[in-house]
Ligand binder design. Structure first.
Ligand SMILES: Nc1nc2c(c(=O)[nH]1)N[C@H]1C(S)=C(S)[C@@H](COP(=O)(O)OP(=O)(O)OC[C@H]3O[C@@H](n4cnc5c(=O)[nH]c(N)nc54)[C@H](O)[C@@H]3O)O[C@H]1N2
Ligand SMILES: Nc1nc2c(c(=O)[nH]1)N[C@H]1C(S)=C(S)[C@@H](COP(=O)(O)OP(=O)(O)OC[C@H]3O[C@@H](n4cnc5c(=O)[nH]c(N)nc54)[C@H](O)[C@@H]3O)O[C@H]1N2
Ligand SMILES: [Mo]
Length: 779
């Protein structure tokens, strides 16, 4: 396989692919690679362009590293020193031995049910070196592991939607494409907006960034965009902004439904033919079942939106071809299931589901792929084998699991027990980025006897592990790049040798498997290069009916091949609408379940049988606002992917005095004596972080926003930590489930107070290496 094209002359292009997009590789006279924006990208991103920079590379994990106390005194030793201990670097053969022996010990003493291999996270683009597939395959050949279910992205949505419409992944894949919308849609109502910021990404790698163009095309056709969000910028460009209090969209959706019902603007025949439960909805919305009519007047007190605005919006929706869309943030909150249930309920009353210009969306504006009209085919993949261990947790319940082994919990109609975890193994995710209430998480993280992580960088999760194995980056290995609905396959060629002793996750697992006498089982006798050809050949055969792909050699030579667009438009739930008897939904009734007998039968007070307004655990209507009067939202970051590349120049340019900005309204800033650029302390009873104030007119008063992804940087690596120095919102968020149904994260339900920071400013140390024992060669 040819890896290098030192005389790149435009005929054999080299590409680098990230979840943020495609870059063209250019080489200088010495053959050293650099990255440039891909000229065919309609709206290229700057994220990832600087990933080869010395600044980024200086924080690489270079050699297998072992926490000093763990190495000297054995598993479990001084686990409260995780995060601040020193590390000892060892050669690979010793690392393989040590890790293999420790895995063998835990499995021998406690069984595979004592290993947590949930390993949530985005890792990197590339179908073979997909960290999650590699770790799961590896742990499966050892006899299995406790896994995590659902996601931090849309855990509440993905559990409730199969009960009421269809599996969430299926719906996401079927979103009506932008081109069809441009032709047929008249009014696009976006709860949570359509932030272009977020459409920089597609898991697996976008081709061209299409959403800005798509929205412009719709505007030029006269489509009206309505942005219902606390933040005006959630739609960039022309849009009407309806500011709303966070976590109150369900009340608004119910009030809109109330107007449709009382003004007889709803589609009775749609409800009759395609839905069950319209009667229960009617009775609840009109207040017959609970004595509280869900009128615009009622909703106005909750949402802060004027009554007349709601009435007009409902009327417009009923008279125009209307798409109602909710971002994923709407369900990453307390009772998050209700946002999507109320959205579907509203859309059902409008009666346009299955039509090309209307219906509902649950993810326009979250990723570049949602709404594309490229072919929907799952890509080349590495088989993960079978997991003999049945135990799982809803992914965001990890701290509960570690803190309460044997404790019971409810989930989607079942009762389960938390397993007793002794060893945590992670590859391709950053729990000290993604989990809520990180001070509490620090105490959970002290429980296991051993924590092993494969990482590229010395980020917070690496520093807090016992064993850190250095993972290579995409441009240090060959891979095949692909994402459904992106329309291309990319030869991700190795551009340079891995830094230090870094290796691919495949090579790392292969080495440990060999040390455990299971090398052949893991590798099946194939090298990484042979695996690439193998999974490509499998893919080529599988999709042969739909698309004809060249052999591997030709694909590799070409660098990138375009996959033909799907024939004809995609319209969500079109077949169901055309013939619900022939194409019933997979719900128990085969219809859209505005009332679900199944969910009602679970008897959950926090998730009844139909879309219901319930107060979030924390919101601007809580009593707790007397002490913590601001609702903190933590949106996805514009200049990075989660925590990835937070140390790159592009991400750092977005910081103020090296700290993450906190967006705050002018009125709130003034009331607290805070000016633009001031370092402030954002706090509640769970924790505090430092951030730099960014004052704006474009945010609802009472709301603050910190983007996620500043590397967690506590003054003290202990549950008693009082301050996070860098601006990580998960120092503040609450770690409880959305409801007993999904147990999903509620990162967006969080109250705080903000004050000017007094005293000596602690230095940000997030981008420092840990301490090593002894001299480290060529660091
Ligand atoms: N407060 C708050 N918290 C949130 C959210 C929120 O809205 N608010 N959003 C949540 C959501 S939606 C998500 S999806 C999560 C994201 O959480 P994560 O997916 O955990 O975040 P990433 O920063 O992408 O972490 C990926 C890690 O994998 C490493 N990595 C990359 N490539 C490789 C590889 O090839 N091999 C190995 N071994 N490692 C690799 C990277 O260095 C990085 O540390 O965060 C969640 N957390
Ligand atoms: N650049 C970039 N893009 C990304 C990612 C990234 O890390 N960086 N991460 C990707 C991932 S993993 C995911 S899951 C998606 C997430 O996609 P989303 O969950 O849709 O993204 P968020 O940025 O969390 O939220 C979008 C907006 O919703 C608004 N909002 C929050 N709460 C409420 C509410 O209660 N009501 C209303 N009406 N609005 C609210 C906020 O103002 C926020 O700006 O983004 C993906 N895209
Ligand atoms: Mo996500």
């Amino acid at each position: 396989m040819k890896n290098h094209n030192p005389h790149s002359d435009g005929f054999a292009p080299e590409f680098a692919l990230g979840h943020w997009g495609l870059h063209r590789v250019v080489r200088d006279g010495a053959g050293k690679p650099g990255l440039r924006q891909w000229e065919a990208d309609a709206n290229p991103t700057r994220i990832g362009l600087d990933q080869l920079s010395p600044e980024v590379q200086s924080l690489r994990v270079r050699r297998p590293s072992f926490r000093e106390s763990w190495l000297k005194n054995g598993p479990g030793a001084d686990s409260d020193r995780r995060g601040c201990d020193r590390f000892v670097e060892l050669p690979w053969d010793e690392a393989h031995e040590l890790v293999g022996r420790e895995l063998g010990r835990v499995i021998g003493e406690y069984g595979n049910r004592a290993i947590f291999g949930g390993s949530y996270g985005w890792g990197s683009a590339g179908r073979f070196h997909h960290a999650q597939s590699q770790i799961h395959r590896f742990l499966n050949i050892l006899g299995g592991y406790v896994r995590g279910r659902d996601s931090y992205s849309y855990g509440a949505g993905s559990v409730v939607l199969p009960h009421i419409v269809a599996p969430m992944e299926q719906l996401l894949d079927e979103h009506t494409d932008w081109t069809t919308l441009a032709e047929h849609n008249e009014l696009f109502v976006a709860f949570g907006g359509i932030p272009l910021r977020n459409t920089q990404m597609t898991a697996g790698g976008p081709s061209s960034h299409r959403v800005r163009e798509a929205m412009d095309r719709m505007r030029s056709r006269g489509v009206r965009f309505v942005n219902i969000s606390p933040l005006r910028q959630d739609i960039e460009g022309a849009a009407e902004w309806i500011p709303i209090r966070p976590n109150t969209d369900v009340a608004l959706m119910l009030a809109l439904t109330h107007v449709l019902l009382t003004e007889r603007l709803y589609d009775a025949s749609f409800l009759e033919r395609f839905c069950v439960g319209a009667e229960q909805v009617r009775s609840y919305v009109l207040g017959e079942s609970d004595g509280v009519p869900k009128t615009p007047n009622w909703a106005s007190g909750i949402t802060g939106i004027p009554v007349a605005k709601m009435i007009q919006l409902a009327r417009d929706m009923a008279s125009l071809s209307t798409m109602v869309n909710a971002s994923w943030s709407l369900q990453r909150q307390s009772h998050g299931e209700q946002s999507y249930w109320a959205l579907v309920t509203l859309a059902a009353h409008l009666g346009q589901i299955g039509q090309p210009g209307g219906g509902f969306g649950i993810g326009y504006g979250t990723l570049n792929s949602v709404g594309s009209n490229e072919l929907r085919i799952s890509g080349p993949r590495l088989s993960q084998g079978r997991n003999p261990v049945g135990e799982f947790i809803p992914v965001a319940r990890i701290a509960d699991m570690l803190l309460n082994p044997g404790g019971s919990y409810q989930y989607d109609g079942g009762t389960y027990r938390y397993p007793d975890i002794r060893l945590v193994y992670w590859a391709g995710g950053n729990p000290f980025h993604h989990h809520q209430d990180l001070n509490r998480f620090m105490s959970a993280w002290q429980r296991p006897e051993t924590i092993i992580i494969h990482e590229q960088f010395w980020n917070s999760s690496a520093k807090a592990a016992d064993v850190v194995l250095p993972a290579s980056m995409t441009f240090e290995r060959n891979d095949v790049g692909y994402a459904s609905r992106e329309g291309h396959l990319v030869a991700m060629r190795k551009l340079q040798q891995p830094i230090g002793d870094a290796r691919s996750d495949f090579d790392i697992f292969n080495g440990i498997a060999r040390a455990m006498g299971k090398g052949e089982t893991f590798s099946e006798g194939r090298t990484a290069e042979q695996w690439l050809e193998h999974i490509y050949a499998e893919f080529r055969a599988r999709v042969g009916q739909q698309i004809s792909l060249p052999d591997f050699e030709s694909f590799w030579e070409a660098g990138r091949i375009e996959i033909p667009q799907s024939v004809g438009p995609t319209v969500m739930l079109e077949a169901f609408r055309a013939d619900p008897e022939k194409h019933p939904l997979t719900t128990p009734s085969g219809r859209i379940e505005l009332f679900s007998e199944t969910i009602a039968s679970f008897g959950y007070e926090d998730c009844p049988g139909q879309a219901t307004w319930m107060e979030p655990v924390e919101w601007l209507g809580s009593d707790a606002t007397s002490r913590f009067p601001l609702h903190l939202l933590s949106q996805e970051p514009r200049r990075r992917l989660h925590s990835q590349l937070d140390h790159s120049a592009y991400s750092r340019e977005g910081k103020v005095h090296g700290r993450e900005p906190v967006l705050i309204s002018r009125a709130d800033a003034r009331a607290r004596g805070i000016s633009e650029g001031d370092v402030v302390r954002v706090f509640n009873d769970r924790g505090a972080c430092l951030a730099a104030a960014k004052v704006t007119e474009d945010l609802v008063q009472g709301v603050a926003i910190i983007a996620t992804g500043a590397w967690f940087d506590p003054v003290q690596w202990s549950p008693e930590n009082r301050l996070e120095k860098h601006g990580n919102p998960n120092a503040l968020t609450i770690d409880v489930g959305a409801s007993k149904l999904s147990q999903a994260t509620v990162a967006q339900s969080c109250l705080v107070e903000i004050e000017p920071f007094q005293g000596n400013l602690p230095e940000v140390t997030a981008f420092r290496l840990p301490e090593f024992v002894g001299e480290s060669p060529n660091r």
